[in-house]
Design a binder for this molecule. Structure first.
Ligand code: NG1
Length: 520
């Protein structure tokens, strides 16, 4: 767990793709060359290093990381690159390969004091600044005495679709934080990078769970990442057993932009607050005390489960039985099916509405008259159970040295379909377009189809036999893309439908790799 972020000299160590030239995917080498050329044009020298962090697709476990339940994502090939030349004075100059959408900026790093980020102004550089802020706070704590932050000349290129459920923001924050650590000559462990990237992302105005940053940092090529958050973070690489028929993961964009930073008060942040209240109310009704935990507001449903199970002497029960018990408890105790007002919550918790708002709703605004505790808790407990069942199918097959057959694949698919149903009907984080894409894809031959990431737009993920890829993509093109978007180009369709393989996580790239690509 204390492993350092790897340093690679060859891009072939990072990317896995079959369409390669000399082991390197062709369009990726073109992209690296564009980055390095722009760097030279802008700053008159080659970068000292490139920090990279990928996006991710979550296979199962949606909206439960901030309740500290296990999730199962994997990193994708699409990533963010931050090319850096280190300066001795604390000046930061940032350019982006897509200069039209992301204009250049310059600012000074305060020698003392914090980096200011105005979360109400939606600027792309906020994400870099968030990474910088987290890294500087970390470095100031670590480096005692006379320490001055290094300046940086930077060119950034990100190809993780924004607002697309593939975690472009976490990829940018992780790559930025990593670049600052390396520019300040700090050998950074994956664990430290995770801690500071999660805190950094919360500075941009979202009560982020830890899944995206964990997947971006810890992932390993060809493996899924089993992330556990309770009682503390732990990640394991899960092999995907061979299968007959051969399977593929397809990611399909809805092109409904889901900007969770803009909609957070009614969507993402509100869900975090609702889950926190559900934890506090369940604990209160069972007269158990919760110690603060690492969830965004300090009290998670997983923590409430632990304490309630302890009180009922059920801690030695299997995790799936405990989760079934929590489902019954939520059904019995969280009775208000149409939601809880602030007064209801204050009343049960024995506090005032003012205190309630100050303690749990003051860091970021949330907009709601009623808080849906029952449905949110039921989604969380049932989704945590689905993750458990999904992992068990994989590990049983792996332990028996067998392969996934039709029966196991159908079971995995059913779990993904059940997640979609719960996201749509219980957690209320889907949208008609996501529901429609999943229905079309299933009809055309996937085992399982569901939204991935925060939802309310963005991406869907599908598990399907390799042999059905053509049928499913054709159905999606005809029945979704061409119906919703009259002028969809081939280029845009290529971005919309991507076969994803588990990729490697954050890395620093130096020396030979960059020169090699520069000379292609
Ligand atoms: P997206 O919006 O797809 O990056 C968000 C959260 C995750 C997790 C998922 C829902 C951030 C950075 N990411 O993912 O932690 O809660 O929603 O499962 O906030």
């Amino acid at each position: 767990m204390d492993e350092s972020v790897p340093n690679f000299a060859s891009l072939a160590d990072i990317y896995c793709d079959t369409s390669t030239a000399g082991g390197i995917p062709l369009d990726l080498s073109t992209r690296w060359n564009s980055l390095l050329s722009l760097f030279r044009e802008t700053y008159g020298c080659a970068p000292d290093f490139v920090a990279r962090s990928p996006g991710r697709v979550n296979i199962i476990g949606e909206h439960i990381d901030y309740s500290l339940y296990d999730v199962l994502p994997m990193a994708v090939t699409a990533d963010v690159l931050v090319a850096v030349n280190v300066l001795s004075s604390p000046l930061v100059k940032i350019a982006n390969l897509d200069a039209e959408r992301f204009p250049s900026q310059e600012f000074h790093i305060p020698v003392e004091g914090d980096i200011e980020i105005d979360a109400s102004k939606h600027e792309w550089t906020n994400y870099f600044k968030a990474g910088l802020k987290g890294a500087l706070q970390f470095l100031r704590r670590k480096c005692e005495g006379d320490w001055n932050p290094a300046g940086m000349e930077i060119v950034i290129d990100g190809i993780v679709p924004a607002g697309g459920g593939m975690s472009s923001s976490a990829a940018l924050v992780c790559a930025s934080a990593l670049s600052v650590m390396v520019a300040n000559s700090h050998d950074v462990s994956k664990r430290d990078l995770l801690d500071l990237a999660v805190v950094s992302e919360r500075a941009v105005g979202v009560f982020s769970g830890g899944m995206d940053q964990a997947a971006s940092i810890f992932s390993k090529r060809d493996y899924l990442l089993d992330c556990a958050f309770f009682p503390s973070f732990h990640a394991e690489h899960v092999p995907v057993p061979r299968s007959n028929p051969e399977i593929t993961v397809l990611v399909a964009q809805s092109f409904v932009a889901a900007d969770k930073h803009v909609t957070a008060p009614k969507n993402y942040n509100l869900r975090v607050v609702e889950c926190t209240f559900a934890a506090l109310i369940l604990a209160k009704l069972h007269q158990v005390l919760l110690k603060p935990d690492s969830s965004p507001l300090g009290f998670s449903l997983r923590n409430a489960q632990e304490e309630i199970m302890r009180k009922q002497n059920r801690l030695d029960q299997a995790p799936e039985e405990q989760l079934m018990a929590m489902i019954s408890i939520a059904e019995e105790k969280l009775q208000k099916k149409d939601g809880y007002t602030r007064e209801d919550l204050a009343d049960i918790l024995g506090t005032s509405v003012k205190n309630l708002e100050e303690e749990h709703m003051s860091r970021f605004p949330v907009q709601a008259d009623k808080f849906q505790l029952r449905s949110r808790a039921l989604h969380v407990f049932s989704e945590a159970r689905r993750v458990f069942d999904f992992k068990k199918i994989l590990s049983d097959v792996q332990n028996a040295h067998g392969g996934l057959g039709e029966q196991e694949l159908r079971l995995l698919g059913n779990l993904m379909n059940a997640t979609q149903k719960s996201c749509s009907e219980v957690y209320d984080c889907s949208c008609p377009e996501l529901d429609q894409i999943c229905a079309i894809a299933r009809q055309a031959g996937t085992y399982g189809s569901r939204l991935t990431g925060a939802g309310w737009g963005g991406c869907t993920v599908h598990l399907l036999p390799q042999s059905n890829v053509e049928k499913v993509t054709k159905a999606l093109k005809e029945e979704y893309y061409s119906k919703h978007f009259s002028n969809m180009t081939e280029e845009k369709l290529k971005q919309a439908l991507v076969i994803s393989k588990p990729s490697s996580g954050s890395a620093v790239v130096t020396g030979a790799a960059m020169e090699f690509h520069h000379s292609i």
